[in-house]
Design a protein around this ligand. Structure first.
Ligand code: PMP
Length: 431
């Protein structure tokens, strides 16, 4: 309770707060919590906006008032920093003046430029598949692909930590949904043993790297297991495409299982620094998706400037190993410095660095303390980690510097010390 008081008191007043008159009796706990927050004049802690700057450093403001803070930013997934690459920006500007701002229709209904086509061809080629299909976002790529492929006579078997877009695609498909324990091939066997017979198609879905601070998933093991049961496999490479495997082709390439994976999916919003989603597969599967996926057919396609940005970024990341090297050097440096300072980072080795905390309320206070010191971070809590615990999440990019890492570690040590002292004072007062 003391931490809650502390957190509440450090929230400036929610400016135009008025309790909306919804009937929440049948709504989830989350909705009720949001309403309580509004009623208490507490501000949404995620109401940050970037006033100027880039993905890694800028002036971060508040959506509800004039407060702002110069900050090192660790909350975006712009792994290679290509959103600020000069060539990417120039190509996007050229497309903007050539085609204007929006395509105005779906890819299926002629909403494509040559660059959309070139992206599909070059992405498919890089990840080692014959063809690919673009979607307006990574979220709709998963929803569109899964719901476009499966129906009510099928079964989808997903890793229990898979992203919401995979779960939502599975729900929308009407297929039977089963989950297997995170990264656990023998649990997958148990599920597949019990599920194979009554269904027409089995689709196993997993991610190459999960976004909560782990390293590469055991993709080869899971894929080989799935194949023994003749399942189709989709691997979401949102957090691995661009910086694992040769030319940044991803985890499937790095673990030598491209041929066994039927669908390789990624987003254009992370390593590629733009917006969009893409699925690569056999020509037959892509033809099927382009004529069955409602997210593909009934949704406007990626804007010309965003497409040109993604295409230029794709060409750049494919040919520039130094970019990947920079990301990995910063990642290794950050992990080393934080471990030397005594932080438990778990078993991960990837660019998402997550110091573990045993008390989530303390972690939330630290996130605020860090922001006050010019470091923007986020927290990972239940159900990703055990209830009550938490992880600070710092997403490295090739655009971060060693100085950013040093400044962040220093701020973390100070913020944690301050929170510990406050806790001590509160405990002394209540004694
Ligand atoms: N899959 C995974 C694993 C993700 O983490 C995300 C985004 N957080 C998505 C899909 C959706 O991508 P986008 O945000 O580009 O729509």
């Amino acid at each position: 309770a003391s931490f809650q008081t502390h957190i509440q008191s450090s929230h400036p007043t929610f400016q135009a707060a008025k309790a909306p008159s919804w009937n929440v009796t049948d709504k989830s706990k989350l909705v009720q919590e949001v309403l309580r927050m509004v009623n208490d004049n507490r501000r949404n802690p995620y109401s940050k906006v970037l006033r100027t700057g880039s993905a890694t450093r800028g002036i971060v403001g508040d959506a509800y008032n004039d407060e702002e803070q110069e900050a090192v930013i660790w909350t975006t997934n712009l792994y290679l920093g290509l959103n600020r690459d000069q060539n990417v920006i120039e190509e996007a500007s050229i497309a903007l003046s050539r085609f204007g701002t929006g395509m105005g229709t779906s890819a299926a209904a002629s909403g494509m430029t040559n660059q959309h086509l070139e992206f599909e061809t070059e992405f498919a080629d890089l990840v080692g598949k014959p063809s690919a299909c673009l979607f307006p976002t990574g979220y709709t790529a998963n929803v569109g692909a899964i719901a476009g492929l499966l129906g009510k006579n099928d079964v989808i078997v997903i890793d229990q930590l898979c992203h919401a877009s995979i779960v939502d695609g599975a729900r929308l498909s009407g297929a039977t949904i089963r989950t297997f324990q995170h990264n656990n091939a023998s649990d997958l066997i148990t599920v597949l043993e019990s599920e194979v017979s009554p269904y027409r198609t089995i689709l196993v879905v997993l991610e190459g790297v999960y976004s909560m601070g782990e390293g590469a998933a055991p993709v080869a093991e899971i894929v080989h297991t799935a194949k023994k049961y003749n399942a189709l496999v989709l691997v979401d490479e949102a957090h691995s495409f661009g910086f694992y495997g040769e030319g940044g082709a991803g985890i499937c390439a790095a673990q030598g299982v491209t041929k066994d994976v039927d669908f390789i999916m990624t987003t254009l919003s992370k390593a590629l620094g733009s917006i969009g989603g893409v699925v690569a597969a056999s020509q037959e599967h892509i033809d099927l998706l382009k004529s069955s996926s409602r997210a593909y057919i009934f949704q406007a396609s990626i804007s010309p400037a965003d497409m040109a940005a993604a295409l230029t970024a794709l060409r750049r990341l494919r040919s520039d190993d130094a970019l990947r090297e920079r990301l990995w050097n910063t990642t290794r440096y950050m992990r080393q410095r934080f471990e030397d300072a005594g932080y438990d980072l778990g078993t991960g080795d990837g660019p998402i660095v997550t110091p573990h905390f045993s008390d989530k309320d303390k972690l939330f206070a630290i996130v605020q303390g860090l922001f006050k010191r010019g470091v923007q971070t986020s927290a990972v809590t239940y159900p990703i980690v055990e209830s009550g615990r938490g992880r600070l999440r710092l997403i490295c990019s090739a655009a971060h510097t060693k100085e950013d890492v040093d400044r962040t570690l220093e701020a973390l040590i100070e913020a944690e010390r301050e929170v510990d002292e406050q806790l001590k004072v509160t405990l002394d007062e209540t004694r």
